[in-house]
Design a protein around this ligand. Structure first.
Ligand SMILES: [Zn+2]
Length: 549
């Protein structure tokens, strides 16, 4: 026993000799939802060197303040860990026509018409991609004939999300797309009830159109986007398949101290065979998981099907989209080539994240992942299925055997009414079955797919706990999850996807000091307030990156 006392005494002496430096910042008088393993609630936080130094009562934390310590009085506000988005392409916007605020077909046509009037003969009018027809009261796309009414001469291309263009007649003529044009592999040229082209081009059919190049991504542009994301409460994002050029820009930003959000980037090379993939990786000079707490490579992004209008299903689409039971969605990368690429990535030590929306697409992913796993185990490496809208019960044991992580988003919140049109009410109501995934024991991380779906993470939390949608009411109420579960999905589970759950995702001593201040208690406020409340303050690495004016 005596030796133990000696040891304790020595430790106390050591602690006294090396009394910790005062905190850089303390936050007191708050309601701190730590999202630690026990979901502890605290009053106050101390931050030192960009990390949480202590979490506890006001009295405990005030003791850690010195003369140079900044004290933030939270006035009873709620603090949660910084929020994350596991699948965010960009923050929306761009040089095209802004349709994000359109709420009717009339709004869309007015915005397009205005740009047409300001254009010269022959100019191509293009929209930004961050809008969806489900936000319009009519719940349908503007088609060729609608667009012709405001632009009889100038080619118009509405870009909608990442999978779809809608062209007017002048644009169809410009790119020589007619009724005789054959359906491209992995894509679709859509027709109306009379067999006429309605202007809609899906997935690889978009390659028939050559849009003017969008202005190159710049550091200033990325800084501005990250500021918008910080203002929504985001402190970490995962870019789901961006270019090597974007990664190099982000590296420059980190070197110059310009990052205000932590970034994990999946690379996307568009290589559709093993040799091309190996060559692309070698040329890039990037290694798996390279990086640090600010910027890290997270793996390789692949895709096997379309989105809302092209998710590849076991059962056909609902009519009229089902074309009398003949349309099952779009398979953008065939099994043999996809499996070959997946196996090669595994051999090279890369983790794989695959876009798979429909159940048939998930089948293809599981078949390829199983083939890779047979060569060299992928268990424990947190490979993901991105989206996983419509999993089937027979797929859960296969996902489990591979130890997969689910990367889910709130597409239903935006697109609910359209998904009913495409897939029927029952299948739409099962879209992104969060309750089922969690009950099956999967780690599920959450996000938005911005700019396909708007980026505010509070909207994701609201949708996952309510299953409410922007314009279609509650869908699939049995898939609701609790507020605590939703908070985990948006924080610590996101950290898990990138192997960073020990570094961030909860408010615990030693972790990176990323947090969000909210004006209301997100665990007890009226449900609708989760969607409506505004972020008060966002902090990344102990530095305030947003404060509401
Ligand atoms: Zn995406």
């Amino acid at each position: 026993m005596r030796s133990v006392f000696v040891a304790v005494g020595a430790l106390l002496a050591l602690a006294a000799a090396q009394a910790p430096a005062p905190a850089d910042t303390i936050l007191v008088n708050g309601h701190v939802i730590t999202v630690d393993a026990r979901f502890s609630i605290a009053q106050a936080i101390a931050i030192r060197g960009g990390r949480f130094a202590a979490v506890g009562t006001d009295a405990d934390i005030r003791k850690l303040a010195g003369p140079g310590t900044q004290t933030i009085d939270l006035h009873g506000d709620t603090v949660i860990p910084g929020l994350a988005d596991d699948h965010l392409h960009d923050a929306g916007g761009g040089p095209g026509v802004d349709l994000s605020r359109a709420r009717s077909l009339g709004d869309v046509l007015a915005a397009i018409g205005e740009r047409v009037k300001a254009s010269r003969a022959g100019d191509i009018v293009v929209s930004n991609s961050d809008w969806h027809e489900a936000q319009l009261t009519e719940h349908r796309l503007p088609y060729r004939s609608d667009l012709d009414t405001v632009s009889p001469n100038n080619p118009v291309v509405l870009v909608r999300g990442g999978h779809e263009y809608i062209l007017n007649s002048a644009a169809l003529a410009k790119w020589h797309i007619t009724r005789e044009t054959s359906q491209p592999a992995g894509g679709r040229i859509t027709r109306d009830a009379h067999g006429e082209l309605n202007g809609e081009l899906i997935d690889r059919a978009k390659a028939l159109v050559q849009l003017p190049p969008s202005p190159p991504l710049t550091i200033d542009g990325l800084v501005a986007q990250h500021r918008k994301l910080n203002a929504a409460g985001l402190t970490s994002i995962r870019y789901p398949g961006a270019s090597i050029e974007q990664y190099r820009l982000l590296q420059q930003m980190e070197q110059r101290g310009l990052l205000t959000i932590r970034v994990n980037q999946l690379l996307r090379f568009g290589a559709d065979n093993a040799v091309a993939m190996r060559d692309a990786i070698a040329r890039s000079g990037v290694t798996p998981d390279e990086g640090d707490d600010w910027l890290r490579i997270g793996g390789m992004k692949l895709a096997v099907d379309g989105g809302f209008e092209g998710g590849w299903m076991r059962e056909p689409y609902a009519e009229p989209w089902g074309e009398h039971g003949a349309f099952f969605g779009v398979n953008t990368m065939k099994q043999a080539a996809y499996t070959e690429v997946v196996k090669e990535l595994n051999r090279l030590g890369w983790r794989v994240a695959t876009h798979a929306v429909g159940d048939a697409a998930i089948d293809e992913v599981l078949t390829a992942y199983e083939a890779a796993n047979a060569e060299q185990s992928i268990r424990g490496r947190r490979w993901t299925i991105e989206h996983g809208f419509v999993p089937q019960p027979d797929q859960f044991p296969r996902m489990k055997a591979l130890d997969l992580v689910i990367s889910a988003q709130d597409h239903l919140y935006l697109a609910g009414p359209s998904l009913v049109n495409y897939w029927g009410a029952a299948r739409a109501g099962r879209t992104t079955p969060m309750r089922t995934y969690l009950d099956q024991g999967f780690v599920v991380a959450g996000g938005t797919d911005s700019a396909v779906v708007p980026y505010p993470p509070l909207w994701v939390l609201y949708h996952f706990v309510s299953r409410d949608t922007i314009s279609g009411g509650v869908m699939g109420a049995d898939q609701r999850i609790s507020r605590k579960e939703a908070l985990q999905v948006e924080t610590i589970n996101n950290a898990y996807v990138t192997f960073e759950e020990r570094a961030k995702g909860s408010i615990e001593p030693g972790k990176l000091a990323d947090l969000v201040e909210l004006p209301e208690d997100i665990l007890s406020c009226p449900e609708k307030r989760i969607e409506q409340m505004r972020i008060t303050m966002t902090m990344v690495g102990g530095r305030i990156v947003y404060r509401r004016p």
